[in-house]
Design a protein around this ligand. Structure first.
Ligand code: SAH
Ligand code: MG
Length: 231
């Protein structure tokens, strides 16, 4: 039997091997969680986070845009296996495309009292149910404001927050300087072909990162890109 949920990560070589399989029980929780991260891209994110933690031991992971915690589970699993943590940044009020009347709206994550989205309680349940609460630190706030006060170097930065041009540009400018050399920048919803989806993650994050000289492309899975920080 595969030791899918070893209580101590050092019990299992498999959990520490870069590219090793995502623990099955963790993956089952991720796949069942509400959210937008496709399973194969979540697996690639896990792999990137393990690899980043091997090259930047002890450094934290950080996610911008957690929504209900689906992608967070993969990152938390990698953080647990690497004896680090993932900071999960989100204001939990939803992106433009999550609001009422838009394509990705879910009426079950609305705070009826104030008529606005609130994904924090669902996020918390998701993380608890997956058994990874000890590896996750929720940071509730505007990404650009949190970034302004942030000063901790990161093994991995995953950007999946606001997908408008301005939020994407601010996430690139505010967060990418905190990635340590040898660490990884992961970007979701990168669509080089305009027919496949919105432009900002590609134009405001992926292209500037590739042009900066600080990153080299490491992997592409669906709309997920992972870039290694080389300078
Ligand atoms: N990674 C998630 C999906 C994220 S959806 C998954 O796997 O399912 C995008 C999230 O970004 C939303 O929850 C929204 O509240 C958050 N967000 C958008 N703009 C933001 C901003 N400026 N600051 C903080 N969070 C933001
Ligand atoms: Mg996304």
């Amino acid at each position: 039997m595969v030791p899918v949920m070893a209580h101590h990560p050092l019990d299992s070589d498999q959990l520490l091997r870069p590219g090793g399989a995502v623990p099955a029980e963790l993956r089952a929780h991720a796949v069942a969680a509400k959210g937008f991260m496709p399973a194969d891209e979540g697996d690639a994110l896990y792999d990137a986070a393990i690899a980043a933690s091997v090259d930047c031991p002890g450094l934290a992971l950080l996610e911008v845009g957690s929504y209900c915690g689906r992608s967070t589970i993969w990152l938390a699993g990698a953080a647990r296996a690497s004896a680090t943590v993932v900071f999960a940044v989100d204001h939990h009020r939803g992106s433009e495309e999550n609001q009422s009347g838009w394509e990705h709206h879910d009426p079950t994550v609305v705070d009826e009292r104030i008529g606005r989205m609130d994904t924090l309680a669902t996020f918390r349940s998701t993380v608890y149910d997956a058994g990874v609460e000890d590896s996750v630190i929720a940071v509730v706030g505007q990404s650009s404001v949190v970034a302004k006060y942030w000063s901790t170097p990161l093994a991995l930065l995953f950007i999946d927050g606001g997908h408008g041009a301005e939020p994407a540009r601010r996430d690139y400018q505010g967060w990418t300087p905190h990635i340590a050399i040898g660490g990884i920048l992961a970007i979701h919803d990168v669509f080089p072909d305009p027919g496949d989806g919105g432009r900002p993650p590609y134009e405001q994050i992926f292209l500037p990162a590739m042009a900066s000289g600080r990153f080299e492309l490491r992997s592409a899975t669906g709309s997920l890109r992972t870039l290694r920080c080389i300078a």
